[in-house]
Structure formats: structure tokens, C-alpha cells
Design a protein around this ligand. Structure first.
Ligand code: 0WD
Length: 254
């Protein structure tokens, strides 16, 4: 029973119980979805396993998106387990935290390329690998941030990466649309997660959003999860190439 009954999918990017991907996982399972989680390395495996158990989720394996063989392997395992799937959640990003502060102009070539590889190219690589497994009506979702649209203090190269990620969503939406596979993004407001802790002055950004967003507060991973439910379910079957702001409305004033 539920909105996602009979639907199966993969969620990449659960690091701990503060992860946005975890909020999405909870919302999907509450509506009857069966999910598989990946982890990045052994340190995160120990965190992801008990979380997966909490939801009755399958832990499908190690996936470091800088190693394309691990993407191939994870989707190979998913195919063995289920055959076809109905959704993929991409909640992955990385940049050297020394460059998530100060001036964008100082971005190094090495970190620029690494940030783009992990935070942008990975969505395309995952979409390509997942495509043959995706049923008609399937949905792919990624996570972006307002720093793609406007210059946000300290977000720097990650803002450039998110702009490219949002463009990727549009190109992928066209490529996969003829197979009735949809590709969308949620632009989440700031949330205190492991990844966010690398961003300079993050507490100030949270406070600024609380003061200025129309709802006068920040959002929770549960709220992002509920919006993700919409984009991953048949309720949004006419929606693709979209960037949905789940940010207490901050983007209308910021
Ligand atoms: O305010 C926020 N937290 C926002 C986050 C606002 C708007 C968007 N987002 C985005 C992030 O940019 C990211 O795309 O949401 C997505 C999920 O991030 P999160 O939930 O904020 O952060 P976290 O719980 O740390 O999950 C991100 C995970 C990594 O965690 P760590 O902190 O260990 O880097 O991305 C994964 C990893 O699990 N990840 C990778 N996975 C596979 N291969 C890799 C990699 N190379 N690098 C990072």
C-alpha cells in the first residue's frame, strides 16, 4: 500500500542520519517503496548498514563515483536483485573545503575538475548506467542549491558545479524523455549535514535563511523527502527537466 507500492529504486548519498538522502529514503519507504542504498567506503558502510536495517532496505555495495567500475558494479547488483527499477536518487557532491571559503577566483584546476567529476559528471554516468534498468515512468532525482543561480558567500566552485548539474538535468531530461524516464532536481535550502559543514560560515547562512525566507525558517530533510516523493512518484508524471525549490521560499526573496 502507499504511493510507492511496488516501486523499487536506488539511493546514492546516505552518509548518516542527517543526510538529505536519508530524509528521502524514509519518505519513500513510508509510502511502500523498496530501496537499495550504496555507501562510499568502509567508514560509511558502518553507518549505512544500521540505517538500512531500520528501513528494511538492501545495502547494495560500495560506490565511489570517481571509480566508474563501482557504479557499474552497483547497478549490476541491482539488476541481479530486482531486474528493473523505478527510481534513482543522486545525493552526492564534493569539493575541497579549503576552497569553500574565500574567493572563487582562487579555485585550483585540480579541485575544479574533482568537484565537477563527483558533483556533476556522476549524475550523467549514473543515468547512463541505470537507463537500461529503468521502467517506463521512472524518475531520476538529484539535489542542487540556490548557489547555482546566484552568488552565495563561500559556495564558490560548488555553485559553478550546481549550475552545470542543473543544465545536465535538462539535457538528460531530453535524452531519456523518449523512454518515459524523467529527470528532475530539488534545490534544497541550507540544512546542517556533513557536506554542509565544509562550507564556510554555514551557521550564518542558516540564520540568514531563517530571517529572510518567506516561511521564516529553514527546511528539514523530512520536508525535502516529502517533495522528493512527489518527484519520484506518478504524481509528477508530467514533470521533467524541472528544478523544484524546497527552501521555505527563499529563492523568491534572495
Ligand atoms: O544544505 C545542504 N546540506 C544542501 C545540500 C542544500 C542543497 C543541496 N544539497 C546537496 C548536496 O550538494 C549534495 O548534492 O544535497 C546532496 C546531499 O548532501 P547532504 O545530504 O547535505 O550531505 P551528506 O550527508 O554529507 O551526503 C553527501 C554524500 C557524501 O557524504 P560525505 O560528507 O562523506 O562527503 O555524498 C557522498 C558521500 O556519501 N559522496 C560520494 N559518493 C560516492 N562517491 C562521493 C563519491 N566520490 N563523494 C561524496
Amino acid at each position: 500500500n502507499g504511493l510507492m507500492a511496488g516501486k523499487r529504486g536506488v539511493i546514492l548519498g546516505v552518509a548518516n542520519n542527517r543526510s538529505i538522502a536519508w530524509g528521502i529514503a524514509k519518505a519513500l519507504v513510508a509510502e511502500g517503496a523498496e530501496i537499495a542504498l550504496t555507501y562510499q567506503g568502509d567508514a560509511l558502510k558502518k553507518r549505512v548498514e544500521p540505517l538500512a536495517a531500520e528501513l528494511g532496505a538492501t545495502v547494495i555495495g560500495h560506490c565511489d563515483v570517481t571509480d566508474l567500475a563501482t557504479i557499474d558494479n552497483v547497478f549490476g547488483e541491482v539488476e541481479k536483485l530486482w531486474g528493473k527499477i523505478d527510481f534513482v536518487v543522486h545525493a552526492i557532491a564534493f569539493s575541497d573545503k579549503d576552497e569553500l571559503t574565500g574567493r572563487y577566483v582562487n579555485t585550483t584546476r585540480e579541485n575544479f575538475l574533482r568537484t565537477m567529476d563527483i558533483s556533476v559528471f556522476s549524475l550523467t554516468a549514473i543515468a547512463r548506467r541505470a537507463e537500461p534498468l529503468l521502467n517506463p515512468g521512472s524518475s531520476i532525482l538529484t539535489l542542487t542549491y540556490y548557489g547555482a543561480e546566484k552568488v552565495m558567500p563561500h559556495y564558490n566552485v560548488m555553485g559553478v558545479a550546481k549550475a552545470a548539474l542543473e543544465a545536465s538535468v535538462r539535457y538528460l531530461a531530453v535524452d531519456l524523455g523518449s523512454a518515459n524516464i524523467r529527470v528532475n532536481a530539488i534545490s534544497a535550502g541550507p540544512i546542517k549535514t556533513l557536506a554542509a559543514s565544509g562550507i564556510g560560515d554555514f551557521r550564518y547562512i542558516l540564520r540568514w535563511n531563517e530571517y529572510n525566507a518567506p516561511l521564516r525558517r529553514t527546511v528539514t530533510i523530512e520536508e525535502v523527502g516529502d517533495s522528493a516523493l512527489y518527484l519520484l512518484s506518478h504524481l509528477s508524471r508530467g514533470v521533467t527537466g524541472e528544478v523544484l525549490h524546497v527552501d521555505s521560499g527563499y529563492h523568491v526573496v534572495g
